[in-house]
Design a protein around this ligand. Structure first.
Ligand SMILES: *Cc1c(COP(=O)(O)O)cnc(C)c1O
Length: 230
């Protein structure tokens, strides 16, 4: 039963919060349903789950349009400019903005629909070659550049930490992300809120929560292994 997996993850998040004196209500668990059938989402909706994460814009769009009850879909994966139109008015939050070029397209599509797009800036904190995201040192400038777009509201930062055997290895990255968030917050940049910190996945979400995550994106621990070949 998926809800049992979900509840187990939720309980671990609550425990991680308590271990560092955080209020568990500060942390939202996003069930990452990418590649999984709509029936899995429906099963969790039935039990009251409201936040889901998708990687592919077309998949988000299709699930958004076919789900039996409105829920919140997060665009967590890399977003190509030509796919923005699929999710701009469907994703509650775009976690993966990492360039002015992408922001320009989001701005244009949001303006067309007379809406404001909520986004996070994706930071490649560890500087991994294979990952999308802006470097930690360039993040503030990117935030400043995008903050001038009237139809975009920056709400915080997101990172995908390296895949490691021991989640403790990622603790310095999560801690650094929190410091970066607080540093940018202290600059009081107009039209920028540094309220959300999206970090932590199946392998490392408890450490991420201890270091200040407010949005955790967990797929495998809830839905099981993904099969990309189907
Ligand atoms: C797939 C994915 C996740 C979830 O990963 P799991 O290891 O299955 O929990 C989280 N964030 C992003 C951006 C992803 O692409």
């Amino acid at each position: 039963m998926l809800i049992e997996n979900y509840n187990k993850v939720r309980a671990n998040i609550d425990k991680a919060c308590e271990s560092v004196g955080r209020d568990p209500s500060e942390v939202t668990l996003i069930a990452v349903s990418k590649t999984k059938p709509l029936s899995d989402i429906e099963e969790l909706i039935k039990d009251g789950v409201e936040d889901f994460g998708e990687n592919k814009p077309q998949e988000l769009k299709e699930k958004y349009e076919n789900v039996s009850k409105p829920v919140r879909f997060h665009q967590i994966g890399h977003l190509q400019t030509n796919k923005v139109k699929y999710i701009i008015d469907k994703a509650v939050l775009i976690h993966s903005v990492d360039s002015v070029h992408l922001a320009e397209v989001i701005e244009k599509e949001a303006a067309k629909r007379d809406m404001i797009a909520d986004v996070l800036i994706e930071v490649n904190y560890a500087g991994e070659e294979s990952k999308f995201g802006i470097s930690g040192s360039d993040t503030e400038q990117l935030v400043r550049d995008i903050s001038t777009f009237p139809h975009i509201h920056i709400r915080g930062l997101m990172t995908i930490a390296p895949f490691v055997d021991d989640p403790e290895e990622n603790r310095p990255i999560f801690r650094g992300m929190k410091e970066l968030l607080l540093d940018i917050k202290s600059k009081n940049i107009h039209n920028v809120d540094m309220e959300f910190l999206s970090m932590g996945m199946t392998n490392d979400y408890e450490v991420a929560v201890q270091e200040g995550a407010t949005l955790v994106r967990v797929g495998t621990a809830i839905f099981g292994e993904r099969n990309y070949n189907i």
